[in-house]
Design a protein around this ligand. Structure first.
Ligand code: NDP
Ligand code: DXP
Ligand code: MN
Length: 404
């Protein structure tokens, strides 16, 4: 990633579009903006189905454009009118988008400088591409869009146009400032280990959705929290690091760090390791991402070294947690295997939370879908990625229907 600066002219706040504004990343993004009004304004907002929250956000930040996944703009207009009345706000009438393409329309809204993509899952692909095509800086939390799109997404990105928001990748981008690309020996991606660190495979079979949602260090949405428990999140993040920083997969290693204070590290060829450390708080990488490459003063609280604390490191137990190894194999196999990996995971995560399958069936479903997959012989394109995603969802559902 080069260091092209997407800053607006001096003195003008960055206009930020938030995709997934009602989620964990989106609400923390608005918090960052609220705390630095001289640096940021809200250009546009897009949410899913939580209309009440989206409408309250719109009335507070007054973006010119608002989108929602609900069926009709009338529903959205009614929700905004109710929130405006509640807040005694008059005359606010943004342009509205509704339906499955709303997030993409909003991401491409021209009068913005940066798009924070905080949607969950493969549905983030088209908003990611729309933001890049519009020439905006893309502050990327929605790792899935880059991972499934791979080179297809990268071809839309100018150098420096993607600023990582995922905590590990923000840490890596910061540490990489310490050396040149040819001085990098390894990327070390830290993992909390999730709620099931130390479990045997047999113990994992019987864990419940409620246990899987008890993340030891982060408060996040349902999919990424479940992915942390299966280690699929770390698997996706290894591939994300490979795509963002062009480091070969065999030089990207996960390590378990239970405290989630060191967010990742870069080992350089002279044996130096540069780590980025801060208490677990996504407002730091979100602020740096939307203001990339500049830091935002006071974005989060630093580590307190005046009291005793310990940082621990453990190897990932790959005999129990196979997700990372599987993803490295998939990413090496073809440009579309990771679309299969991700789609099968999304289907299996839903089935697990619906009480239809065991926890261990999630990664087994990914593995079986990958085994069944033969890549199409076509130039990689957005359409091919979307077709692959669709195929993998159907295949995963079939595998689950037959009993994983
Ligand atoms: N949360 C975190 O700390 C971190 C998250 N990430 C990544 O960031 C992304 C977002 O995660 P997180 O914020 O936790 O997820 P959440 O589940 O909290 O939020 C997801 C957002 O996407 C919206 N959404 C859901 N379905 C649709 C749809 N069909 N159309 C439009 N919008 C939709 C939701 O809207 P609504 O709720 O209104 O339905 C919500 O705003 C993920 O890729 C995750 O891996 C990465 C690092 C840390
Ligand atoms: C905050 C963040 O970036 C998450 O992706 C986090 O990394 C999840 O924690 P795990 O390390 O448990 O996957
Ligand atoms: Mn992460």
């Amino acid at each position: 990633m080069s260091t092209k600066d997407f800053s607006p002219e001096p003195g003008r706040p960055r206009r930020v579009t938030l995709i997934g504004s009602t989620g964990s990343i989106g609400t923390q993004g608005l918090d960052v903006i609220d705390n630095a009004p001289e640096q940021f304004s809200v250009a546009a907002l897009s949410g899913g189905y939580n209309l009440e929250l989206l409408a309250r956000q719109a009335v507070k930040f007054r973006p010119a454009v608002v989108g929602s996944a609900v069926d009709s703009t009338q529903e959205l207009a009614d929700a905004i009118a109710a929130a405006a009345q509640e807040a005694s706000v008059h005359g606010y009438a943004p342009e509205l988008f509704a339906g499955p393409r709303a997030a993409t329309e909003v991401a491409g809204f021209a009068d913005a400088d940066v798009v924070l993509n905080g949607i969950t899952g493969a549905i983030g692909l088209e908003p990611t591409i729309a933001a890049l095509k519009a020439g905006h800086l893309l502050a990327l939390a929605n790792k899935e869009s880059l991972i499934i799109g791979g080179q297809v997404v990268k071809q839309f990105a100018a150098p420096g146009q993607i600023a990582p928001v995922d905590s590990e990748h923000s840490a890596l981008a910061q540490a990489l400032r310490s050396g040149t690309p040819d001085e990098v020996a390894k990327l070390i991606v830290t993992a909390s280990g999730g709620p099931f660190f130390g479990y045997s495979y047999d113990q994992l079979r019987d864990v419940t959705p409620q246990q899987a949602m008890a993340h030891p260090t982060w408060d996040m949405g349902r999919v990424v929290t479940t992915n942390s428990a299966t280690m699929v999140n770390k698997a996706l993040e290894v591939i994300e690091a490979h795509l963002l920083f062009d480091v070969p997969l065999d030089r990207i290693e996960p390590v378990v760090h239970r405290q989630s204070i060191i967010h990742s590290m870069v080992e350089f060829i002279d044996g130096s390791v540069i780590a980025q450390a801060s208490p677990p708080d996504m407002r730091l990488p979100i602020a740096l991402g939307i203001n990339w490459p500049h830091r935002v003063a006071g974005a989060a609280t630093a580590c307190d070294f005046s009291t005793a604390s310990s940082w621990t490191f453990d190897p990932l137990d790959e005999s129990v947690f196979t997700a990372v190894k599987l993803a490295k194999q998939a990413a090496a196999a073809s440009g579309t295997h990771m679309a299969v990996y991700n789609a099968a995971n999304e289907v299996a995560v839903d089935a697990f939370h619906d009480g239809k399958i065991r926890f261990t069936d999630i990664v087994e479903t990914i593995e079986r879908a990958l085994d069944d997959y033969t890549p199409v012989n076509a130039e990689p394109s957005v359409e091919v990625v979307l077709e692959t995603d669709k195929w993998a969802r159907a295949r995963a559902s079939k595998i689950l229907g037959a009993g994983a």
